[in-house]
Design a protein around this ligand. Structure first.
Ligand code: HEC
Ligand code: HEC
Length: 528
């Protein structure tokens, strides 16, 4: 009992100590045995035949088979018991010991990373202490190498870089740098001085610098009933602060007249203020010269330049002008609150939101349906008007050919009186069929005029009510900006990521700002 108690106390104190004690006991035992053996000469085999005068007589057979055997076996049992009891205890402590070892190793890696960051590799000169971002000196030249000026190139904040990129992607930048920008290739694969081990040290160090990201927002959105633990609460608060801070910067830039819309402000976040050294902007990679700032390149926001990438100086310089909607076709309506018909949910989704937040039911094929059924009991689909709004018309005409119209076009469905010409309205008389006014071919493109609607397939609808839907947009586009690109993987329709350098912004920008920047891309940049 007392042995167990003592063992428990020791267990709590230090497993390694137990191991060491056991080892010491065994060692001392062996030494004692050895010493005894050396000093106590034993009878040699066969010596009993004729024992020399200076030799001790060895144990008799009787003694050997009783006392001696018993003692040896007891000793073996004791050793065995010690091993059997102590070893499991030692193993119990093993995970803890390993964790400890990893921690020590991590701390060493972080220390070495920090030494590189602030010393050896001088990252700190450009990216600032603690990775808050800074600027890099840059000599701005024109295409012919003519000196244009000494400029400062935004060196993005790195205290959020691991929320935007995976470790592998950051290694890639460290190894190969950003050709065309002051960020040199640091790793041996790109011809730089740092070994892959040192690049890893740097990433260990960068990990310790990361600010809060928005992940806990997802924890909260998951809506579990369990109360959050203290750590999650703190994380949530920090995430809220981050969002507040970003919104405050967006609002400030709009109030100061720097940008024309929220989307444009997010796309260019920090252009004038240097907010987070441009690390949350899109334009630093999608607008050439952006990172040099408006004093060097004053026309950064002009049509044909903003977001059009390419040219020098560019960093990445990937052009977004034209074709975004081909890459990411409209695939959903946007909820006015900024919430999404999430792709992961779209199977089995039962409704979409209208502009006024009413729920529009969907059939199993995803068509918006009214709450009425036709004569055969099938649900009546809404008609999707050109801009994405939904029309619910009581009657539709047959198909008609422009030019030989009215006769084929009316009456709708042949079932009901449609347009009653005013002069024909006689009190007490209903249901008079009249030819409606002739529809000119130009009217094909006509918008809903409050009563009739002209469909693309040349049918005409009447008795329509219109449901205003939020603008159509692309879920796939949203997911792309949320997650970023991975090296060699496809995205959207026909997109293929080169080095996986498109960051994921889901951890750093709240959904409504992401949506605003996507609207900006689809509605403004798309036109360029
Ligand atoms: C001479 C200045 C300079 C030095 C030194 C420097 N960088 Fe950079 N770094 C930059 C600039 C400028 C960029 C942005 C390039 C661009 O616009 O595409 C950048 C980009 C990066 C990026 C990509 C971040 C992003 O969001 O696009 C990472 C990661 C990075 N640097 C890490 C480091 C590390 C780690 C070191 C030290 C080994 C280092 N840099 C040293 C100037 C520097
Ligand atoms: C660090 C540089 C960088 C930043 C910052 C960046 N992008 Fe990109 N983006 C890229 C690269 C590079 C590609 C090309 C795909 C690839 O190789 O991964 C790309 C591709 C895209 C595409 C697809 C274009 C096409 O037609 O294939 C869109 C859309 C896009 N980015 C939007 C954005 C938005 C919106 C932001 C800001 C929220 C942003 N990007 C920030 C580098 C960047």
């Amino acid at each position: 009992m007392s042995f167990l108690f003592g063992a428990t106390v020791l267990f709590a104190a230090n497993f390694r100590a137990i191991g060491l004690v056991v080892f010491a006991v065994i060692l001392i035992g062996f030494i004692a045995l050895f010493v005894r053996n050396v000093f106590e000469a034993k009878a040699e085999l066969g010596s009993e035949v004729e024992l020399a005068a200076n030799r001790l007589e060895y144990l008799s057979d009787e003694e050997l088979e009783t006392t001696k055997l018993d003692r040896s076996l007891t000793f073996a049992l004791v050793i065995l018991t010690i091993c059997a009891v102590v070893l499991p205890f030692y193993w119990l402590g093993e995970p803890g010991r390993q964790e400890g070892a990893i921690e020590t190793l991590d701390a060493t890696f972080v220390r070495r990373g920090e030494a590189l960051y602030t010393g050896g590799a001088q990252c700190v000169n450009c990216h600032g202490g603690g990775g808050v971002g800074g600027v890099a000196a840059y000599v701005y030249q024109d295409a012919d190498g003519q000196f244009l000026g000494n400029a400062a190139w935004n060196a993005p904040a790195l205290n959020n870089v691991l929320h935007r990129y995976s470790d592998e992607e950051v290694s890639y930048v460290l190894n190969f740098g950003r050709p065309g920008s002051p960020m040199a290739a640091w790793g041996t694969p790109g011809g730089g001085p740092l070994t892959s081990q040192q690049v890893e040290y740097l990433i260990y160090y960068l990990r310790t610098l990361q600010v809060q990201n928005l992940d806990p927002i997802e924890i909260a959105a998951a809506g579990t009933d369990d109360p959050l633990d203290a750590e999650s609460v703190l994380a949530l608060e920090a995430a809220d602060e981050l969002i507040e801070d970003i919104r405050a910067e967006v609002d400030r830039s709009l109030e100061d007249g720097e940008f024309g819309s929220i989307g444009e402000a997010v796309f260019n976040l920090g252009l004038y203020s240097g907010y987070r050294a441009g690390s949350l902007s899109c334009a630093r990679c999608h607008t050439s010269g952006w990172s040099l700032g408006p004093s060097m390149v004053p026309n950064l926001l002009d049509d044909g330049i903003a977001a059009c990438g390419g040219g020098d100086p560019s960093g990445i310089g990937f052009s977004l002008c034209g074709g975004i909607k081909e890459r990411f076709p409209d695939d959903t309506w946007k909820h006015p609150s900024g919430r999404w018909l999430d792709e992961s949910l779209s199977e089995g989704v039962e409704f979409v939101y209208a502009m006024d937040s009413t729920e529009i039911p969907l059939d199993e094929k995803g068509n918006a349906i009214t709450d009425r059924t036709d004569a055969d009991g099938n649900p009546v689909p809404y008609t999707i008007v050109e801009n994405g709004d939904l029309a619910d018309c009581l009657y539709y005409s047959e198909l008609w050919e422009p030019g030989e119209i009215a006769a084929n076009a009316y009456p709708f469905d042949g079932r009901v009186p449609l347009v009653l010409a005013e002069e024909d309205q006689v009190e007490g008389v209903t249901g008079v069929f009249v030819d409606p006014p002739r529809i000119e071919p130009a009217a094909l493109q006509a918008e809903f005029d409050g009563e009739t609607i002209t469909l693309e397939d040349r049918r005409v609808g009447a008795g329509c009510t219109l449901i205003e839907m939020p603008p159509r947009t692309s879920n796939a586009h949203y997911n792309f900006i949320f997650n970023g690109a991975n090296q060699g993987e496809g995205y959207g329709r026909g997109g293929q990521s080169g080095a996986g350098m498109m960051p994921g912004f889901g951890g750093l920008l709240p959904p409504d700002l992401l949506q605003a920047v996507i609207d900006y891309e689809r509605e403004e940049i798309e036109q360029r």
